[in-house]
Design a protein around this ligand. Structure first.
Ligand code: DAL
Ligand code: ZN
Length: 270
């Protein structure tokens, strides 16, 4: 009789313990779900807020406010279909068609760092005339600019890039040198510019000289932009080049005023 009672009490006790155990597991599972869910939510909010950060350094414009031009910039398998366009966008992701050679190459009447006429003396007619205007504007302000390297053929760009890879390795060379087909020099719209103050060298030191500063502040007056800006390397794909100017015509003024890259101006960031 007493045994039966003890058994019943023990049985009841076991049942209560089972119930407590079940409740404990249930509570643990619920608490875990709440925690994991909470952390996942916080994580997603963080990613979301990061993606909304403006990615345009050194400009007052943000990804939300930046205005882009609706200019046709067709591309097929990475090859641009408007290579003759004054606003043609050529960069690491967008290359010129094989065999592209601008048809109106001429030699601008400006001071060069070398003597004689060479392939690199050339620019497209419109850009060459604008370069003459730029160098004249500079002289009016007592600034002497010197042209170093304009048009490059596919073969020459290939040789330059390969030499840079041999000297610096692929990764390093790709920061400052374009692969053949991907260089603006092949469009005939770009010119590298230097000064005596940096011994006619192509160097970032140019940005600390009177000439380099004049160029940065005035290139747009003749339709040129400093193509590879400091702080915009993640957009242009190349390191800062205070010497590389690119002719873009009337768009230069706006690009300069907004302190943006050609990629941002055209709204082509991929
Ligand atoms: N230095 C520039 C990026 C070029 O090679 O065209
Ligand atoms: Zn250049």
């Amino acid at each position: 009789m007493l045994d039966e009672k003890i058994k019943r009490v023990l049985g009841k006790g076991m049942k209560i313990l089972e119930k407590i155990k079940k409740e404990y597991y249930k509570t643990t599972i619920i608490v875990s779900i709440v925690f994991v869910g909470g952390f996942a939510g916080l994580f997603l909010m963080q990613i979301n807020s990061e993606s909304k950060q403006p990615i345009y350094a050194e400009t007052t414009e943000t990804a939300d406010t930046i205005e882009t031009k609706e200019i046709e910039q067709y591309i097929e398998d990475g090859v641009i279909t408007n290579p003759d366009d004054i606003l043609a966008l050529v960069n690491g992701n967008r290359r010129l068609p094989d065999g592209f050679v601008p048809q109106d190459l001429v030699i601008p009447d400006v001071l060069f760092s070398f003597s004689g006429e060479h392939e690199q003396s050339h620019m497209r007619l419109e850009a060459a005339e604008a370069l003459e205007e730029l160098f004249t504007l500079a002289l009016q302000d007592g600034i002497e600019l010197i042209a170093v390297s304009g048009y490059r053929s596919f073969e020459r760009q290939d040789a330059i890039f390969n030499r840079n890879v041999e000297q610096r390795g692929f990764e390093d060379a790709s920061q400052f040198s374009a692969q053949a087909g991907h260089s603006e020099h092949q469009t005939g719209l770009a010119m590298d510019v230097t000064s005596r103050s940096v011994n006619l060298q192509i160097t970032q030191e140019l940005s600390n000289t009177e000439e380099g500063q004049w160029l940065a502040e005035n290139a747009h007056r003749a339709g040129f932009i400093i193509r590879y800006l400091e702080g915009k390397e993640h957009i242009t794909g190349f390191s800062y080049e205070p010497w590389h100017i690119r002719y873009v015509g009337d768009s230069a003024e706006e690009i300069f005023e907004r302190r943006i890259t050609l990629e941002e101006y055209l709204g082509i960031m991929e």
